[in-house]
Design a protein around this ligand. Structure first.
Ligand SMILES: [Zn+2]
Length: 206
């Protein structure tokens, strides 16, 4: 793939009209590592150990509500964090934290979720070296917004580098969840998002 010097996300706006938005984990609505949640749940961000060398990115949808505002995205992240800690992953132990590394809202803004240095729990059997980016919404029927289209394109033009902050990251593949072996029956990331991702890969020489 081609690596560019990352550009500002000119199209992405925050609720006050600012541009170039990548929210930190502390603004994502998640409880921090080690926090105790009601019901005896504990956030354990590095439950699955280090990610390892980055060589893949997987695009997901939440199959849930859209996030038209930062507040809505934050409340959804908190709900998914709790849900994922309650769920069991590989080896029958808790997933520890929200399974995805990043999320995107309707305005194409990114949120840092599980630290990318830690292995996520977003594609069973394929989480090593694999970063997970989730778009809020259900793209079996939802349509991508213009801002989401632009942010996805930006990812392929140096944005991956900007998100991960590691110029040496050797990303070989960007796949939709359903493209991983053993996950072909999964609807994620939805027909509309999958089609757009395939088109981006072809036009961006990926
Ligand atoms: Zn998925």
């Amino acid at each position: 793939m081609r690596w560019f010097v990352p550009r500002t996300i000119r199209h992405a706006r925050d609720d006050s009209g600012m541009t170039g938005i990548i929210y930190g984990r502390d603004e994502s609505g998640l409880k921090p590592n080690g926090a105790r949640l009601s019901g005896g749940l504990v956030v354990d961000t590095d439950n699955y150990g280090p990610l390892g060398d980055i060589d893949a990115v997987t695009i997901h949808h939440s199959a849930g509500p859209r996030a038209p505002s930062k507040a809505k995205a934050q409340s959804l992240h908190a709900a998914y964090q709790r849900l994922h800690i309650q769920e069991f992953g590989t080896g029958g132990h808790s997933r520890g934290d929200i399974g995805y590394h990043f999320a995107m809202d309707d305005l194409g803004r990114f949120y840092r979720l599980r630290p990318y240095q830690n292995k996520g729990t977003h594609v069973g059997g394929w989480n090593s070296g694999n970063l997970g980016i989730m778009l809020h919404g259900n793209y079996v029927h939802d349509k991508l917004t213009d801002d989401q289209n632009a942010s996805l394109k930006w990812l392929f033009q140096g944005g991956f580098h900007a998100l991960f902050g590691e110029p040496e990251a050797g990303i070989h593949v960007v796949r939709g969840h359903q493209e991983w072996p053993g996950h072909g029956s999964n609807a994620c990331p939805g027909t509309n998002l999958m089609r757009h991702l395939a088109w981006l890969r072809s036009t961006e020489d990926f």
